[in-house]
Design a protein around this ligand. Structure first.
Ligand code: HEC
Ligand code: HEC
Length: 193
C-alpha cells in the first residue's frame, strides 16, 4: 500500500473514533434533566439526596412527620426554620437551646447549597439567593416536579392530604431516593393515568 493512502485511512479512522466519543458523551449528558455535571453522578445515580445519618435528628424532627433530608433545603432556610420552632406550621416544636443548636448545625452543614447530590443542586439552583422558603414543597424545583399531580391525588386524597408526606408516595424516600420510577400514589395504581 502506498504511504499517502495509509495516512488518509488513519486520518479517517481517527476522525471516526473522535466522533464516536463525542456521540457517547453527548448521550450521557443529555440523559439528565437537571444538568448535573461531574463523574460522581454515577456513584450517586441511585440516590437523589444524602440520607439522614443522625439518630437525634430522626428522633426529634421525625416524630410528627417524615424526617426531611437536610439536602432538601438551603442552609438559610434551615436557619430560619430553626429560629421559629415555637410557631412551626401552627404547631409548637420548640426544643432546648442546646438541642436546637446541635440540629441546626447538622442541617446547615448538610444543606442543599453545600451538597453535591443531584436533587440538592436542583433545589438550590431553583431558588434566588435571598429566598429562604420554609417548605420544600413550595420551591420552584418541587413544583416543577409535581405539577402534573391533580388535587384529587394529593390534597383531596384521604390517604395523602399533603405534599409534605413524601414517604407516602416515594417508597424509598428514607433512603434518599425520589426516583419517579419508584413512585406510587396511595389509592392509585398508576399515578399518570
Ligand atoms: C410537633 C410536631 C412537629 C415537630 C416536632 C416538627 N415538625 Fe416540622 N412540621 C410539622 C407540621 C404540622 C408541618 C406541616 C405539614 C403539612 O403541611 O402537611 C411541618 C412541616 C415541616 C416542613 C415543611 C415540609 C414541606 O411541606 O416541604 C419542614 C421542612 C419541617 N417541618 C421541618 C422540621 C424540622 C427540621 C423539625 C425538627 C427541628 C420539625 N419539623 C419538627 C410539625 C412538626
Ligand atoms: C402525592 C404523592 C407525592 C408526594 C406526597 C410527594 N411526591 Fe414527589 N413525586 C410524585 C410523583 C408522582 C412524581 C413524578 C412526577 C413526574 O414524573 O411528572 C414525583 C417526583 C419527585 C421528584 C423528581 C423525581 C424524578 O425522577 O425526576 C422528586 C425529587 C420528589 N418527587 C421529591 C419529593 C419530596 C422531597 C416530597 C416531600 C416533601 C415529595 N416528593 C412528595 C409524587 C409525590
Amino acid at each position: 500500500m502506498d504511504n499517502s493512502k495509509s495516512k488518509t485511512w488513519s486520518i479517517v479512522l481517527t476522525m471516526g473514533f473522535t466522533l464516536g466519543l463525542i456521540g457517547i458523551s453527548g448521550m450521557v449528558l443529555s440523559d439528565d434533566d437537571d444538568d448535573y455535571e461531574g463523574n460522581d453522578r454515577w456513584s450517586q445515580s441511585r440516590l437523589d439526596v444524602a440520607p439522614v445519618d443522625n439518630a437525634f435528628y430522626k428522633e426529634e424532627c421525625g416524630s410528627c412527620h417524615f424526617p426531611y433530608q437536610p439536602g432538601l433545603l438551603p442552609a438559610r432556610s434551615w436557619q430560619r426554620l430553626m429560629g421559629g420552632l415555637e410557631d412551626h406550621f401552627a404547631e409548637n416544636a420548640e426544643l432546648e437551646a442546646v438541642d436546637a443548636e446541635q440540629l441546626t448545625a447538622y442541617l446547615t452543614e448538610n444543606a442543599a447549597d453545600t451538597s453535591d447530590y443531584k436533587r440538592s443542586r436542583g433545589i438550590s439552583r431553583s431558588l434566588a439567593k435571598d429566598d429562604a422558603p420554609l417548605r420544600i414543597s413550595t420551591t420552584r424545583y418541587f413544583k416543577r416536579k409535581h405539577h402534573e399531580l391533580p388535587d384529587r391525588m394529593v390534597k383531596d386524597n384521604p390517604d395523602v392530604r399533603s405534599f409534605s408526606n413524601c414517604e407516602l408516595c416515594h417508597e424509598r424516600a428514607a433512603q434518599g431516593s425520589y426516583d419517579e420510577h419508584q413512585v406510587k400514589v396511595p389509592g392509585y395504581t398508576d399515578w399518570d393515568d
